[in-house]
Ligand binder design. Sequence first.
Ligand SMILES: Cc1ncc(COP(=O)(O)O)c(C=O)c1O
Length: 439
Amino acid sequence: MLMNRRQFLSMTGATALVAVCSPHALAAQPLAHRQSQPKAPADLNALQNLARQKDKLLGYPINMTTLPDTFLDWRNELARAGFNRFAFNNVGNPYDQSHIPFNCHPFERELIDRFGAIYGFSPGNIWGFLSNSGTDSNMHGLYMGRTILHSRTGVMPKIYFTQEAHYSIQILRDLLHLDWVVVGTKPDGGMDADDLERQLNANPNHPALVVATIGTTFKGAIDSVDEIQAKLKGRESYLHLDAALFGGYLPHTNFAAELLHEAADPVTGKKRQRYDSIAVSCHKFFGFPSPAGLFITPRTNFEAFLAPFSKIHDPEYVHQVPGTITCSRDAVKPAEFYFFSTESAFAQQTADAKAILDNAAYLLKEMTNHYPHLQAIRANGRSNIVYFRKPSEAVVNRYSLATMRLDSGGQLTPYAHVVVMPHAKKEILDQFLTDLGKV
Ligand SMILES: Cc1ncc(COP(=O)(O)O)c(C=O)c1O
């Protein structure tokens, strides 16, 4: 049974801050300490116009749904309790005793545990935190993988991922000074496990840090965790999942098994861990109003990381080994994202997951029937992405479509895609379909 938010606030003791930070207490302060309303640097009405256009954003994986009033109520409840009325900071490991109490670690822990349960992690064997973004969570996954593999073997791993992985993985590879072993893809854009095996055999003297993308950015392909694991058996390896978009909705569909952290081994029947860490963006499927990311790994992995990590830096200053790369961390986001981890939020996510997959199927059918020359493709039934030959510039601009040149019969051909997010309801898609015919 999940706790309700009010019980949680009282559990954390956050309500005790009311006396210090209530509106009455603020009003009683001398005027010199209060600031007048700042002048807006830009026309606020322009923002309202933007809000009217937001549902036309079809080209990127951002859920533009207006948040319900209950989210604003939750924000207000946090503020009334005194939360974030002065400088809160989530520095450190949310699962450890903190020397600086002005944080929301209890919220962060609880929400990581709740999402850990959604991804099938064993209760009690969960560690993680709320990061700044999917990229930030990927950075922690790759850094953790590199550190664990290097400490276990004394050899730097090589990193394996496909050309379809998000561009930020290439940046992180550079940042971490890792050699990239490019793994080939199958026709749908998913990782070719046989090529992975060939590449692993060609690099026998280095551990393998593998990044599987569960929902590639442009095509929506899925790298199969089970196929990858079969090739990694008996090798020194670490498997990180980049599930930036699909990780939000797949757990609420019939395809939830794709992301389950544990599953029975088909041969021995014993439970085994399918991957080492997972990254999911909060502003994509969930529609959280600012960038944030979930990073989740088994606690046992975190402990394997902690020993070498504590030798890399001197943690004396914060009285603990923080476990995270950055020192200061946002305390507002975990407290606010907590709103998305309740039973009613999960019910809404289940409804949204069904709607986006149904609407992606609808868009594919309509495009195939009415615009066969655009050659629309949906990589698989778990994807909310439809990609097709690039339409006119007018349509690309009106709907902010992402474009990309793809290899088509040995030639680079421009393509565009629609990511069917919860705000892209049938009426919006119908308008898009009509506009495709106009220009
Ligand atoms: C597969 C994948 N990974 C990572 C990212 C980057 O995520 P974020 O924007 O949260 O940093 C994206 C963004 O589109 C993505 O599609």
